[in-house]
Design a protein around this ligand. Structure first.
Ligand code: CO
Length: 235
């Protein structure tokens, strides 16, 4: 119990300060949220979403995991993304990596860490895609910093691969996608200057999908596989 005494004391102090500063603060938040941003960042304790962006309660919807990954088969990420985009209508989606990321460093090493190896494989895919560029960097620290940046770029691309973002981009209020890197050593957040719309357009010829109501013809006429499986040779 003693372990959280400090947390509870801090909380009461914070409530008091907020109420003094703005008596309507909590009433307003209780009415609902309309955050402008979705933050996708690393779970690292040194990269708190609100602290490094100067945003307060109600301003930023947050998803964090090891190494700020956008894994298109991650139900947690997809649920957060869909809710943020389709229900909350966030305007800016920030993928925020950070230099000195333990997850990225672990992925770059060929050591076994246990279950997490299966998560880190997604970063190893980034290494594979950019191996030529990474091998050209002789300084290991610089190579890891570059991998952190490339990982962010790839995760923004992964956003563009989801039907959630593709549909939102065709809507009235398309969200903007951003790739950022935070430097733990000096606290500065750097914009990688990624143009989200461009990313979506570049990937379109491979990853674009259309909702049934957007397709020509009647989607309900789909009758399943045309081949009869029973006619296929065994084995
Ligand atoms: Co990290």
């Amino acid at each position: 119990m003693a372990g959280i005494d400090e947390i509870l004391t801090n909380n009461r102090r914070w409530v008091e300060a907020k109420n003094t500063e703005d008596p309507e603060f909590f009433h307003r938040l209780a009415d609902g949220q309309k955050p402008r941003y979705l933050f996708i960042g690393c779970s690292d304790s040194r990269v708190p979403a609100s602290g490094i962006t100067g945003t307060g309660p109600g301003e930023m919807f947050v998803h964090r995991n090891i190494a700020n990954m956008v894994v298109p088969a991650d139900m947690n990420l997809l649920s957060v993304l869909q809710y943020a985009v389709e229900v909350l209508g966030v305007q800016d989606i920030l993928v925020v990596g950070h230099y000195g990321c333990g997850g990225v460093a672990a992925a770059a090493a060929n050591k076994q860490y246990g279950l997490i190896d299966n998560w880190l494989v997604n970063i190893r895919d980034v290494v594979r895609l950019h191996e030529t560029e990474l091998l050209r960097i002789t300084d290991e620290k610089q190579r890891l910093r570059r991998l952190v940046e490339l990982n962010v770029t790839e995760q923004v691309q992964n956003l563009a691969k989801t039907n959630i973002i593709q549909n939102a981009m065709r809507g009235d209020n398309p969200p903007r996608l951003h790739g950022l890197v935070y430097d733990i050593a000096d606290g500065v957040l750097k914009d990688l200057g990624i143009d989200g719309r461009e990313v979506v357009e570049e990937l379109e010829h491979i990853y674009a999908t259309q909702a049934p109501h957007e397709q020509d013809g009647d989607a309900s006429s789909y009758e399943g596989p045309t081949e009869d499986p029973s006619e296929q040779a065994a084995g």
